[in-house]
Design a protein around this ligand. Structure first.
Ligand code: ADP
Length: 514
């Protein structure tokens, strides 16, 4: 790896995050021989990421807007500990252009793209415009905010219902509204704008054609500050609940080498247009006929990045650090070879039987699976508390196999091995979906879950109950076997070992025989 003139060696990284992603980044720091600094809120005092890091700084009360989202506190923690870089993980401040700028102003390296790139791409309308200029196909839609109802309505009729109203500042599956017919249009537009204003402080909305049962397929990119930019294959993320991904895989069952190259080159196109530096993801929707449309760019590490790591053998966090130091990419496009297949199951502390309500409390039992191909990125350990304040995702089960079939079999095996009690989890959900015939065939779309499980009927699996049952079964088996071995000894006539032993010693004592 060549270091450019302005390159700066990073020695200490503050991780402005919590949970599994903080743990993930701390591990990369360890692998790189760097010092890691964790930050923690009140309820995270004993959290796993705090225990793993070299240093840890308290940054405020439990609610994230009083701790993990407070830029001053994070910057102060970095200065106090002498961290020369901040890794934002995903969520919280990861896509906050103002924060990236603050880091730059304070002389701290922000491990992510430049503030202006984050700002432009974070706005769905500006990103869409940039994508079009770069020659990427986009979903038919409006190119500016729809503030004139009559014009908007005309446009919606022109592209045809259903349409999707989206918040320009939206993210995380929020700020979207499907409109099925013209009658509902006016009211939906007003509500969407109002909701966008209150959720994102920005009421701008626009309209897109709502594609029927598309697939969500995204491209991982990696760019350095010297103009080198590569793509690392795709991730299929069509298994979604309320527009949020829950199972991902790579490669996608439908992407051919030729389509991968076209999508990869399109992704590089927008990366170059936006002056992208670092790791990022260009998201696309893919139609039945395999036409693809630009959706958005996520200017950070994605939750699902490990599936790419599993099939490329590249540690994306390590590469993020190298790029942030100003180094040249170590790989050319030709170096990127995809090997095998990987799945990721997001394990949430949620109750699938109660509409996926978050479940809080203490983990009474927590045993993660292992064995060939299995990687678990967990933010918790046994006896960890799952607080109410944050995203309820507690771990990611990532499994590799030499092909899709092997990866599937291993994922099922790993899910069977997973033990978690004290809170409800989505393990049963994953066990059910991974047995689904359509899923096994790769016949999926973003509507898969609502089509296959309209009643949320993912089966009931309670690890606590299962464990009590297992203990009872083991005791029963032990007792039965004792009886059998005793009764098989010929002369015991089915009596228990205890009875036989005392009978024998008793008889011996009194000089008798057995
Ligand atoms: P967010 O930034 O909130 O995650 P995205 O634009 O990335 O929003 O979209 C999230 C999901 O919403 C997609 O993966 C897809 O399931 C659905 N979606 C978004 N746009 C469309 C569309 N035009 N047609 C159909 N589904 C869409």
């Amino acid at each position: 790896m060549i270091m450019s003139k302005q390159a700066k060696k990073i020695k200490k990284i503050l991780i402005a995050n919590r949970g599994e992603i903080a743990v993930r980044v701390i591990r990369a720091c360890d692998d790189l021989g760097l010092t890691s600094v964790a930050v923690f809120s009140e309820c995270d005092r004993t959290a796993y990421h705090v225990r793993l890091a070299h240093e840890a700084v308290y940054i405020g009360p439990s609610p994230s807007n009083e701790s993990y989202l407070v830029q001053d506190n994070i910057i102060r923690a970095a200065k106090e500990t002498g961290a020369d870089a901040i890794h934002p993980g995903y969520g919280f401040l990861a896509e906050n252009a103002e924060f990236a700028q603050r880091c730059a102003d304070e002389g701290i390296i922000f491990i992510g793209p430049k503030p202006e790139t984050i700002r432009t791409l974070g706005d769905k309308l500006q990103a869409r415009e940039m994508a079009m200029k770069a020659g990427l196909p986009v979903v038919p839609g409006t190119d500016s905010p729809t503030d004139d109802i009559t014009v908007a309505k005309k446009f919606a009729s022109k592209i045809g219902y259903p349409v999707l109203i989206k918040a320009a500042a939206g993210g995380g599956g929020k700020g979207m509204r499907v409109v099925k017919s013209e009658e509902a249009f006016e009211e939906s537009l007003a509500t969407a704008a109002r909701e966008a204003k209150s959720a994102f402080g920005d009421g701008r909305v626009f309209i897109e054609k709502y594609l029927v049962k598309p697939r969500h397929i995204e491209i991982q990119i990696l760019c350095d500050e010297h103009g080198n930019c590569i793509y690392l294959g795709e991730r299929e993320c069509s298994i979604q609940r309320r527009h949020q991904k829950v199972i991902e895989e790579s490669p996608s069952p439908v992407v051919t080498p030729e389509l991968r190259q076209r999508m990869g080159e399109a992704a590089i196109g927008i990366a170059r247009a936006s002056g992208y530096v670092g790791a990022g993801t260009v998201e696309f929707l893919v139609d039945k006929d395999l036409s693809f449309y630009f959706l958005e760019v996520n200017t950070r590490l994605q939750v699902e990045h490990p599936v790419t790591e599993m099939i490329t053998g590249i540690d994306l966090v390590k590469e993020q650090v190298a790029v942030a130091e100003g180094r040249h990419l170590r790989f050319t496009q030709d170096d990127i070879k995809l090997n095998g297949h990987a799945f990721e199951c997001r394990i949430y502390a949620e109750d699938p039987e109660a509409g996926f309500m978050p479940s809080t409390g203490q983990l009474k039992n927590y045993r993660i699976p292992a064995g060939p191909g299995v990687r678990v990125d967990s933010g918790v350990v046994i006896f960890s508390e799952i607080p109410i304040y944050y995203d309820p995702m507690i771990a990611k089960l990532v499994v590799w196999g030499s092909d899709r079939e092997e990866a599937l079999a291993r994922t099922r095996r790993a899910l069977e091995e997973y033990r978690l009690s004290g809170v409800k989890s989505t393990i049963s959900f994953h066990r059910t979906v991974l047995q689904n015939e359509r899923f096994v065939k790769g016949d999926i779309s973003t509507h898969f879950l609502e089509e296959e499980y309209p009643e949320n009927n993912y089966g009931n699996y309670d690890d606590e109950l299962m464990e009590s049952a297992a203990i009872a079964a083991a005791v029963e088996k032990f007792l039965t076997e004792r009886k059998i071995s005793v009764s098989n000894s010929g002369s015991s006539h089915g009596r228990s070992g205890w009875v036989n032993y005392h009978r024998a010693t008793g008889l011996r004592k009194f000089g008798g025989s057995r």
